[in-house]
Design a protein around this ligand. Structure first.
Ligand code: 7RM
Length: 635
């Protein structure tokens, strides 16, 4: 398929075509795929309801386009290269032929366990090739996967199982992370105490640790695939059938199950992968994300494999056994495109350039970032020391809800600017709106980032609650999809993401709802009220700052602080643990009783001396006492 843009004028031309005739534009990309039945209508849409359908009437299976289609052309090419946590352990390479066989075998095993088209299957696994096999096997049989990041707690896992009424959990005994090994199956057991929809659990042996197996419910991965056929006829899926659910945090309450469907997601992840990274046949591509996040779905598994790429999957962490690990892996596999998060870059930057020096990074052609804004300093460090000044950086802005990259340079095609995601991909019609909902036209404007026309990989609904999807994304600015991000369009028409404008914070590239963390804090019996805000953090981008009112009777502040942090870890997971937790006597409130987060954000950011007028508060004296508490806790 010749879907790749090669020049800036080519980009401008394609972009214009995609706006003038979106249906023809996407039909041309879609026609490169294998459809079991051709679609009848490219697009129908309504952003009020919202109701969006792409490639209606079309039937396909995404895994036929990933596996079967590549068997004859690149059966012996590596599809997945797996690099284990411990560099001394044997790596694993799965060719397209082998991946096809493994996916079919596991699809048959799932069917034998009673899984049918439409059933929900939870994947709670470490970064092992079987996790990708599990995702694709679900897609093969038409089951809807919902991957839950293996760093989430048992309680977060059970919430997700209950929300989607999953039938099966795919997991592993444990997870190697650097020097540590984390129990995984034990957390599944704990989660399942609260869930009754699960009929079977399949556990992969990875760390070899002792696990509890419940007769009639628990099965070993290696046992269920024993002697099972590696041939499987892919389920026929409608283009708008659900492919997966992925839970993501928002500004209110519990995480939402973002729903993606088969046809549009396939077309867009393929197209965006090829163009943003300028992938050429034979290149080795590595994205360091975890499959528990959308980046792992779209740009480790689906996008690259649809494009017939070789995709690296890394089990470990950037600093084990030492902070040169990323560069060792780049050298080992002669990585051409490397895609990571700004937080990882900043963490490695803190070790200086010595850990890079021993490695030959001359294979690198493209560097990417995703997940959070990249500061200029980190951008330059990445560009100069990793890319040696010769690799374009693609700063890719997108979301779980968008399914694929929305704003990004096309590597080597779009001139870059540090800290700018630059320009929208073809097919992506952006709008910058002021708070009154007026579209700000022209350059040099700042406002709310919206998208005004559908794209194939956009979310279709939030699982089990369509109204919530409408409220969250389509109601703030009627007629537009609202991203929740602030943006600046500069004098050149380039886009710079300014960060969230809602109560979502971004900690090391992970999305957290402040309300979600507050709810977890409030679970502690001694907590009376809490407020959580983000504050600038040198490595994580944002840190979590919690202000908590407690019943201190008979308790020390220290032990209570630790207990409350542990409560958050228990309820959500270590990624949500507050970096700073301050016990306070009150929270600043408006006369109508709303917590003044603006003030709390300023104090947390060390700007407590510039609060402006606080005399209209219900309780201005509280501010002084909070400031004193902040100073005392720093001392
Ligand atoms: C892919 C992913 C989405 C939120 C999004 C932004 C932030 C993501 C960038 C970015 C600045 C970027 N999905 N974000 N990419 N901010 N520059 N290149 O991260 O659903 O987990 O998060 O992440 O705020 O709304 S996500």
């Amino acid at each position: 398929m010749s879907d790749r843009i090669h020049s800036l004028s080519g980009y401008i031309y394609e972009y214009q075509k995609s706006v003038q005739a979106p249906e023809q534009f996407w039909a041309r990309i879609a026609d490169g795929f294998h459809w079991q039945k051709p679609y009848e209508k490219v697009l129908s849409w309504n952003f009020e309801k919202p109701d969006v359908k792409w490639f209606e009437g079309g039937q396909l299976n995404i895994t036929e386009n990933i596996l079967d289609r590549h068997l004859y052309t690149r059966g012996d090419q590596a599809a997945i290269i797996w690099e284990p946590n411990d560099p001394n352990e044997q790596n694993l390479i799965l060719t397209y032929r082998e991946l096809h066989a493994e996916v079919c075998r596991f699809a048959n095993a799932m069917k034998a366990q009673g899984i049918e088209k439409g059933d929900r299957v939870i994947i709670y696994m470490p970064m092992v090739p079987e996790a990708a096999v599990a995702m694709l096997a679900c897609a093969r049989v038409g089951a809807v996967h919902s991957v839950v990041f293996a760093g989430f707690s048992a309680s977060a896992l059970s919430d997700r199982i209950i929300d989607c009424q999953a039938k099966m959990v795919l997991t592993a005994d444990g997870n190697f992370r650097g020097k540590k090994s984390i129990p995984v199956k034990a957390l599944v057991d704990e989660a399942l105490e609260k869930c009754d929809s699960i009929t079977s659990v399949i556990t992969l042996k990875r760390t070899g640790e002792e696990v509890n197996m419940q007769a009639g419910r628990d099965y070993w991965w290696h046992e269920v695939i024993e002697g099972v056929s590696s041939e499987h006829k892919a389920e026929v899926m409608d283009a708008e059938d659900m492919l997966f659910i992925l839970y993501t945090s928002g500004s209110t309450g519990k995480p939402k199950g973002v729903v993606h469907t088969c046809g549009g997601y396939m077309v867009y992840t393929y197209y965006s992968f090829k163009n943003v990274f300028q992938y050429n046949q034979g290149d080795v591509y590595w994205c360091t994300a975890d499959i528990g996040w959308i980046t792992g779905h779209s740009y480790i598994v689906y996008g690259p494999l649809l494009a017939g790429a070789t995709s690296i999957m890394f089990e470990g962490v950037p600093t084990f056994p030492d902070p040169g690990r990323f560069w060792a892996i780049c050298e080992k596999y002669k990585v051409n495109q490397f895609y990571t998060a700004p937080t990882a870059i900043r963490a490695l930057q803190a070790y200086g350039t010595d850990p890079i020096a021993p490695y030959n990074l001359s294979s690198l052609k493209v560097l990417g970032t995703v997940g959070e804004p990249i500061n200029e300093e980190a951008w330059h460090w990445y560009h100069d020391h990793v890319g040696k000044g010769k690799c374009p950086i693609v700063d890719t802005w997108w979301q779980t809800e968008t399914g694929g990259i929305m704003i990004s340079p096309l590597a080597g095609v779009t001139p870059t600017k540090p800290a700018y995601a630059t320009m929208p991909l073809p097919g992506i019609q952006l709008a910058v709106l002021d708070n009154e909902g007026q579209e700000l036209k022209g350059n040099s404007v700042e406002g709310n980032l919206c998208i005004k026309f559908p794209w194939p990989s956009m979310l279709r609904t939030t699982y089990g609650d369509h109204e919530r999807c409408k409220q969250t994304y389509f109601s703030s600015f009627p007629g537009y999809y609202f991203t929740g991000d602030g943006v600046k369009r500069d004098e050149d028409g380039y886009y710079r993401i300014l960060g969230r404008v809602d109560d979502v914070i971004n900690v090391s590239g992970h999305r957290m709802g402040t309300a979600e963390v507050e709810n977890a804090i409030n679970e502690h019996p001694k907590v009376i009220e809490s407020a959580v805000v983000g504050y600038p953090h040198e490595i994580k981008g944002q840190g979590i700052f919690a202000y908590v009112i407690c019943d201190l009777e008979g308790r020390s502040e220290e032990s209570l602080t630790q207990e409350i942090k542990d409560t958050v870890t228990k309820i959500i997971g270590p990624i949500a643990k507050p970096d700073r937790l301050l016990i306070v006597s009150g929270l600043p409130k408006t006369r109508s009783g709303k917590i003044m987060r603006r003030i709390l954000r300023k104090i947390a950011s060390g700007e407590g001396d510039h609060l402006g007028d606080i005399s209209t508060l219900l309780n201005p004296e509280v501010v002084t006492s909070i400031q004193e508490a902040v100073h005392a806790s720093k001392a």
